[in-house]
Design a protein around this ligand. Structure first.
Ligand SMILES: [Zn+2]
Length: 91
């Protein structure tokens, strides 16, 4: 898992921001251009009363290509999503 990231108190709705001082993509280290919903917002909206793990209700800095790789997939944890994107980027 990358280092240098910390959770801030900034909260938007139910999602909490994961900040990086260098504004780097959480998954690959490129320049981030957006914040990725670890649990896709569309999925959350389908089941908002489900007890989603708080780890999934995060917004992490993300570049465009990692966001495309992740798409609307659901992962069990942030580290599982990180692993998946690493493997896809190696291709
Ligand atoms: Zn990236």
């Amino acid at each position: 898992m990358p280092t240098g990231y910390g959770f801030s108190s900034r909260v938007t709705g139910i999602y909490t921001y994961l900040e990086c001082k260098d504004d780097k993509c959480y998954y690959c280290g490129d320049v981030s251009v957006l914040h990725d919903h670890v649990l896709p917002l569309a999925v959350y909206k389908l089941a908002p009363i489900f007890k989603w793990p708080s780890e999934l209700l995060k917004l992490v800095p993300c570049c465009h290509s990692c966001n495309v790789i992740a798409s609307n997939r659901v992962f069990m944890s942030l580290s599982a999503k990180w692993d998946y994107i690493q493997l896809r980027r190696l291709r």
